[in-house]
Design a binder for this molecule. Structure first.
Ligand code: FUL
Length: 690
């Protein structure tokens, strides 16, 4: 009897120690390269090529190779900055649509070899790939299939003798390549060896993509291939910097090809996708992909860059952030500052993982090797999983005292597939559960931002999953508020708006020029300021008590009574206090002017002019005359005239002062415009009064 008992105990013991099988893979799976690629998360794109020197976005292909002439190429600086910014790799535009090759290719004369730069001995691909290796970064290549220079473009020979050969050269001579980037823009007008015509190709079949892929597989088996259609990494379907919240790594891949029209589906992927093709978010620090001096003041702000990060890396996509070097061959200091500010803030955001010190438990586990502790052990290869038949379950993290949390980071163990379809995050505050977020997909990584909650516990629940959830990592943070100057604006009616960034903060302001840190009132919404005045504002982090730098804006008289002559509603856009809207006055020939009735007589001693701020700015005035009149009929001589110096390169607010004069009507006359067209574009016109 005792023997039997012993045997039974032993059997139970053996049974409970028995290794529970790991979950079976579910659905399409990533390759090893794809997992490695997804783990890189944040990479740099560098658009540097002929367009940098012609100030273009798309060159025609007719450019003289001598035009490419960086005075002081410094690929080391690019790599150093990218490394410091926390990026893991750099992708270079080795050839853009204009066909100019940054390496001494044998396939064409349209390359660095035929330019006077370094007497034809230069090789940007080599310099950057070396710099990447030096700084421990991976290196990738953008090779435009479309070639507006090449005479053979459109024929089969272009593919066999030019495009594929170029690919072979790039994949053979520059060490390990982690990603090859094929753009979807294909065919159209171009130089084409002097033909200067339009050449259309069948985007789906012309390049014979399977042949192209074979070359990559053979020469760089570890590289991933990017295009609208993958096959390994897909475009996210926009160049604005976001993936959708619901974002599958899966795609019905055969429905796509580079340049295919159904690209909007790429922003979410397909729940029922047939292949693993994760999304990559490509976006530039500036409006353009290439460097234009006129965009130096339009480098994305820290809040914009943070949104991009959280909407890409935080939504199961890699971020490929473009930094366009100047013609000198350096990154511009504004881009460098922006990148450094971003990496500093990200380090702050993810400084202390609050999940690590918590008591963690699961509502259900698959077996003891798959427990909740695996979520916070810092090991990406261990995971929490439920039994095969259970497709939901909760994790509770308990703090030893109420703790502020405003970031939630979670990762699925993607080698076994993407499974989760719906999840929630709740916080226990004063003994009650509150819902913090109700979301859909997770994938490789999902990061949620929310209002800080002072929580006793956090509960993460997988509500729906295609198969048992397999979650490898969970992190919690309390990110500080973004402490940059708030944005202060006033509309035509005199209503002042102050915009802060993130709700973690409060705004304090004064409207009498005094210090908002000491004297400020809490901003609870827009307020009216019809008179002249200085508004100062500051952001305060509610939880740390820290202040941002102070924003200080000088407002002149309110524009409520102003009217643009013959402008109607559209004319208001030139005087609405919003730099993002503008009014275009079109004439038959230059000069072109805009007349504003100020509605009352004022003592005027100057004016301000903000040209159109969009990417393709129109109507930027160069030489000007400015008039003040008492009756709007007799204008006399200009009160001031001159040139808005450097406005083409730097289209920022222009301020001009003159001898004070009384008047009710003002006229800004564009004697010339930067593109010589008879169009005057005004984002905002203002006066300076005594
Ligand atoms: C686009 C291209 O046409 C742009 O010039 C740029 O290279 C961007 C990354 O892809 O589709």
């Amino acid at each position: 009897m005792r023997k039997l008992l012993l045997l039974a105990v032993l059997a139970v013991g053996i049974y409970s120690c028995r290794k529970v099988e790991p979950p079976k893979p579910y659905g399409p799976l990533p390759s090893e390269q794809q997992v490695k690629y997804q783990e890189m998360e944040f990479n740099a794109f560098v658009h540097f090529n002929m367009n940098t020197f012609t100030n273009m976005e798309w060159g025609s292909g007719a450019e003289d190779p001598d035009t490419f002439n960086p005075t002081d190429l410094d690929c080391d600086q690019w790599a150093r900055v990218c490394k410091d910014a926390g990026m893991k790799g750099i992708i270079l535009t080795a050839k853009h649509h204009d066909g100019f090759c940054l390496w001494p290719t044998k396939t064409t004369k349209h390359s660095v070899k035929y330019s006077k730069w370094k007497d034809g001995k230069g090789d940007v691909v080599k310099e950057l790939s070396d710099a990447c290796r030096k700084y421990g970064l991976k290196f990738g290549i953008y090779l435009s299939p479309w070639d507006r220079n090449n005479a053979k473009y459109g024929t089969p020979e272009y593919n066999t003798e030019v495009f594929r050969e170029q690919l072979r050269e790039l994949l053979t001579n520059y060490g390990e390549i982690f990603e090859i980037w094929f753009d979807g823009a294909n065919g159209g007008t171009g130089y084409y060896g002097g033909a200067n015509e339009k050449r259309q190709v069948d985007r789906k079949t012309y390049y014979n993509w399977p042949e192209v892929y074979k070359i990559v597989r053979k020469l760089q088996p570890n590289a991933v291939l990017f295009s609208d259609a993958g096959p390994e990494v897909r475009w996210v379907g926009n160049e604005k910097g976001y993936a959708n919240k619901t974002n599958w790594c899966l795609l019905r891949r055969d429905e796509f090809y580079p340049g295919s029209p159904n690209y909007k589906q790429l922003t979410s992927g397909h729940e029922d996708g047939t292949h693993w093709v994760p999304a990559e978010v490509d976006v530039s620090t500036r409006p353009g992909w290439y460097y234009h001096k006129s965009e130096d003041h339009q480098v994305k702000t820290l809040p914009q860059l943070l949104d991009i990060y959280y909407h890409s890396v935080g939504r199961n996509a890699n971020l490929l952030l473009n930094i366009p070097p100047e013609p000198s061959g350096h990154f511009n200091e504004n881009d460098v500052k922006a990148l450094m500010a971003l990496s500093k803030q990200l380090k702050e955001d993810f400084k202390t993982d609050l999940a690590k010190g918590s008591k963690i438990s699961a509502s259900v586990v698959r077996g003891r090797d798959y427990g909740a502790k695996n979520l916070i052990d810092g090991n990406k290869d261990t995971y929490w999983a439920t039994p095969d038949t259970v497709t939901s379950g909760s994790i509770v993290l308990e703090f030893n005292k109420p703790t502020f949390v405003n970031r939630f980071l979670v990762q699925e163990y993607i080698p076994l597939g993407q499974r989760v379809k719906e999840f929630t995050v709740e916080a226990m505050v004063d003994g009650k559960w509150q819902t913090v977020a109700k979301e859909t997909t997770i994938g490789y990584k999902r990061i949620l931002r929310f209002e800080p909650v002072e929580a006793e516990k956090i509960r993460f629940t997988v509500m729906k999953s295609k198969a048992c959830p397999v979650i490898s990592n969970l992190e919690l943070y309390h990110a500080p508020a973004v402490l940059i100057e708030p944005a202060v604006s006033r509309n035509k009616k005199g209503v002042v708006f102050i915009r802060s960034f993130g709700k973690t903060s409060e705004v304090y302001f004064t409207a009498d020029g005094s210090d908002p840190v000491k004297e400020g009132k809490l901003y609870s919404g827009p307020f009216v300021l019809k008179d002249k005045g200085v508004v100062k504002a500051v952001i305060k982090d509610k939880t740390t008590g820290k202040f941002s730098p102070v924003a200080s804006v000088d407002f002149d008289v309110c524009k409520e009574k102003w009217q643009v002559r013959k402008g109607g509603e559209k004319g208001n856009k030139a005087i609405d206090g919003n730099p993002g809207t503008s009014y275009l006055v079109t004439g038959n020939k230059l000069p072109v002017d805009i007349i504003v009735d100020l509605g009352e007589e004022l003592n005027i001693k100057g004016f301000t002019y903000l040209p159109v701020q969009g990417r393709w700015a129109k109507g930027v005035a160069k030489d000007y005359e400015f008039y003040v009149s008492r009756n709007g009929r007799i204008w006399g001589k200009p009160n001031v005239k001159g040139e808005f110096a450097n406005i083409k390169n730097n289209p920022v607010l222009q301020t001009v002062e003159f001898e004070p004069v009384k008047g009710r009507y003002i006229k800004l006359k564009a004697v010339s415009t930067v593109d010589d067209k008879p169009v005057l574009g005004v984002a905002e016109l203002g006066v300076i009064t005594e």
